[in-house]
Design a protein around this ligand. Structure first.
Ligand SMILES: [Zn+2]
Length: 358
């Protein structure tokens, strides 16, 4: 408190000193300016000088115009659009970039003095997220051959970041939409509510899952039987943290997650094969396996590790692992042919972004 009062006194003293210097300086200039204006006005308003009215008015307007234009020029020169334009982007590209990026991102682009050829095409990417802009550019410098769509997809799911350093706890408040992957983990004490057992007919061992998952599976297997004649079976569903430690040890590399990083701990994931094809790989090619992949979204499931995207994200293709996300999200993930990680990054985490240029 004492310190603040001292500081305040010093500021007061300093400003009164400045004022004593400034006041006479200002008054002197003000007096000479008003004397000059008064002299001009006398000349202008003298009856003999009426002819001055038009040229003086025109001159005054011209001076005003020049002043306004100069101010506009100075303001534009310091605008974000002009700063980006001066980096070498055509004006329409500069305008689009400024429309999407934040002031901080533009400042860092200007500081780096970079004219990046992918900056503008990036804005057209379907899943472009403005806050990831710098990371897209940085990642593309490392993977120059990668298509922009892959660059955006990988960066969106944090594939450009160190796996251990970027690991964050899963936001379980998202319910059916909670995200578990190599970078989002569950606490070892996390245990889902609403766990109910599957009917014995449809499971080899005692398996449990969230009640919504059990209901959705029953509808899925009923229709699968009608269409293909085969009976779907649940191989594995909810696994506790401790069970996952065992599963990780028993499974071949790449097909089981570390404890805490498995979707099975959420009670929302199931591994499915059929009575006719109980092994995972023949099931993949079986007609019920194909039917399940094509129709599971109608029941709220997604194929969590699809084949097409495995080369982009580096995960192993698992045609038997279904994840429940609800019918609305499942349909969107299926229709847009993206992974759940991409869906989460764009539709759940990336929603506070500025609109795209389109
Ligand atoms: Zn699984």
């Amino acid at each position: 408190m004492r310190y603040d009062r001292d500081k305040l006194d010093k500021i007061k003293e300093w400003s009164s000193r400045q004022w004593t210097v400034f006041k006479p300086w200002f008054l002197k200039r003000w007096r000479s300016l008003s004397a000059w204006v008064a002299r001009c006005w006398r000349v202008y308003s003298a009856p003999d000088n009426r002819w001055l009215t038009v040229p003086c008015t025109v001159a005054a307007l011209l001076v005003l115009l020049v002043l306004v234009k100069s101010c506009q020029g100075i303001i534009y020169y310091n605008s974000n659009e002009c700063k980006v334009y001066r980096l070498g982007y055509p004006i329409d590209e500069a305008r689009a970039i400024v429309g999407v990026l934040s002031n901080e991102q533009i400042d860092s682009l200007v500081v780096r003095q970079e004219h990046d050829t992918i900056a503008y095409p990036l804005l057209d990417e379907r899943y472009f997220i403005a806050k990831n802009f710098d990371r897209y550019l940085a990642f593309h410098k490392v993977k120059t051959e990668a298509p922009l769509t892959d660059v955006v997809a990988i960066v969106n799911v944090k594939g450009d970041l160190d796996r251990v350093e970027s690991a964050t706890p899963c936001d379980t408040s998202k319910g059916y939409l909670m995200l578990i992957n190599g970078r989002h983990y569950l606490d070892k004490d996390y245990k889902p509510a609403n766990l109910v057992p599957f009917e014995k007919t449809y499971t080899y061992e005692h398996n449990r899952a969230n009640s919504a998952v059990v209901d959705a599976f029953m509808a899925l297997q009923r229709d699968c039987k009608k269409q293909t004649g085969a009976q779907l079976m649940v191989n594995s569903a909810y696994r506790s943290y401790e069970q996952q430690i065992d599963t990780y040890k028993r499974n071949e590399k790449g097909y089981a997650a570390l404890a805490g990083y498995s979707e099975h701990q959420t009670g929302l994931a199931i591994d499915v094969t059929s009575l006719q094809h109980p092994m995972r790989w023949p099931f993949d090619k079986s007609k019920e396996g194909i039917w399940m992949r094509e129709h599971c979204h109608e029941y709220g499931f997604i194929l969590r590790y699809p084949e097409r995207q495995s080369h982009i994200f580096g995960f192993a293709y698992e045609p038997w692992h279904l994840r429940y996300v609800g019918t609305e999200t499942a349909r969107k993930v299926h229709d847009e042919d993206i992974t759940f990680d991409e869906y989460y990054a764009f539709y759940i985490e990336g929603t506070d972004d500025k609109p795209l240029k389109r």
